[in-house]
Design a binder for this molecule. Sequence first.
Ligand code: GTP
Ligand code: SPV
Ligand code: MN
Length: 586
Amino acid sequence: MPDQALQQWVDEVAALTTPDNVHWCDGTDEEIGRLYDMMVEDGVLVRLDSEKHPGSYYARSDINDVARVEDRTFICAATEDEAGPTNNWVAPAEMHAMIDPLFNGCMAGRTMYVIPYLMGPPGSPMAKVGVEITDSPFVVANMRIMTRMGQVAVDELGEDGDFVKGLHSTGNLDPEQRYISHFPDENLIMSFSSNYGGNALLGKKCFALRLASVMARREGWLAEHMLILGLTDPEGNRTFVAAAFPSACGKTNLAMLVPPDSFIEAGWKVETIGDDIAWLKFGDDGRLYAVNPEAGFFGVAPLTSEETNPNALASCRANTLFTNVALLPDNTVWWEGLCDPPAEATDWKGNPWTPESEDPAAHPNSRFTAPASQCPCISPDWESPEGVPISAIIFGGRRSSTTPLVYQARSWQHGTYVGATMTSEKTAAAVGGLGELRHDPMSMLPFCGYHMADYWQHWLDVGERGGDNMPEVFHVNWFRRDESGSWLWPGFGENIRVLKWIVDRVGGGGDAVESPIGWLPTPEAVGFDELGIGDAAGEALLEVDSEEWLAEANGRGEYLAGFGEKLPAAIREENDALITRLQSSD
Ligand code: GTP
Ligand code: SPV
Ligand code: MN
């Protein structure tokens, strides 16, 4: 007997969208096998080589449907003030009047799939149920990898449980009719005319961040755009950290980092809990514990290689969906940076491609959808119902100048300010403005479901509650460049040197020098010598230029002032204090 409210909603949606059939997804192998066969037959998917990529498929999207669309993403809170200045707001009734008609009869001739899914580990007090209704079998296949779909969710829901409603239709993929709308007061998401990840897999950013952030504020926890990893030192001490970097700024890579040989030999080990989203809640001991609400990785393909991220490659060898990469004649896939270019390929648009072609073969935001359980370094605790205790929170952006490799905030309040004033260069994960520097607080600019200044206050409140048990806060930047435009820092596996310093600091060690922006490591503490990073590059990596930083802080002051009365005084005071420290450091 399904949940009554669910049955009623499904009936209502079917009456509105008039599908030919309604199919309740059970998430079994047989079901997904049939769907894959059907999609291959219909030409929606290509079945990949059964030895090199067993159980895996290749898809090309519409060429106008390759990334999140932030300008068409809406938070339909009751008032504009609740949504805040960083979100697009339309009143709920007005949005319904605009988009409900788009769903009118939109599934005629199609099958309507009802997908019950669980976000969070089964049996976890943090887990929450969603139901996505979609007319796209491609979305069903992705959701089956990214979430725990079927019976496990139905069981959790019971006969009268709460669930988040997500209504999705492919529509006609017209970008002008594309709407990703959130109704926090109705626990409802409505998504029309896109099949792309963050726009269409409604458990991910729409539920687990935008709606969950609203719930988290109400219930006293945090829903964050963060990876979660565990680091074991040679003595066997295990430390867990969570890190918030904006889209396509290195979360998946850091989450499954392979340490350089010298670190492996010394006994360092990295384990992955999550690569994109963390739900953090206080445990009985007063510490913050994190769970990964997802069950899969929706990872950026380009530049993923045996050298940069072997664990991601291993994760997406089998049972994976590849979207908008290049297809090779032997039914395998390729993307820029994977290995030497093939002599010929079919590019992401379906055109013949050779190494002489001008455009890339894979779209810069091409992705793999792969089960997290296939990651060689997945943590034995990745599905732990209570989550893992977090000792450090790391913010990070993509900055070619100004921001040093790593620094430690002075306190939780200062760390909240550091997160609130993050800036990063835009990437291909969202449509528009590639490379443009923008403020992206806590890497949640596109994902916070309410007023950003209220969200900062919530961070401060959580910090008050946690007191001395709160994690230490850090900021990293892997992307600083020299004058010729080359990366100053090798990144990837070598990032463990920065993680090691962070863990040392959390444990009360780690050589550090105070600077106006916070604590910086000494060059030795992050291994510049061993890496052959010379004095000039080393200085540039750890430089805090007072003039540049004064300009930065003044810019932040203007940005913060834009939040008006809701801006927490503590955040403004932190910026003022930074300016004072910079002025007296000359
Ligand atoms: P989303 O899935 O969009 O949230 O992205 P993400 O934050 O998980 O980013 P991901 O790890 O997929 O990395 C995005 C891009 O940054 C890839 O092309 C990586 O190769 C590149 N990248 C990741 N880590 C590093 C690093 O340490 N140094 C450099 N130079 N590039 C990196
Ligand atoms: C991101 O853009 O941050 C992603 C991909 O992780 S999406 O699922 O589209 O949000
Ligand atoms: Mn992301």
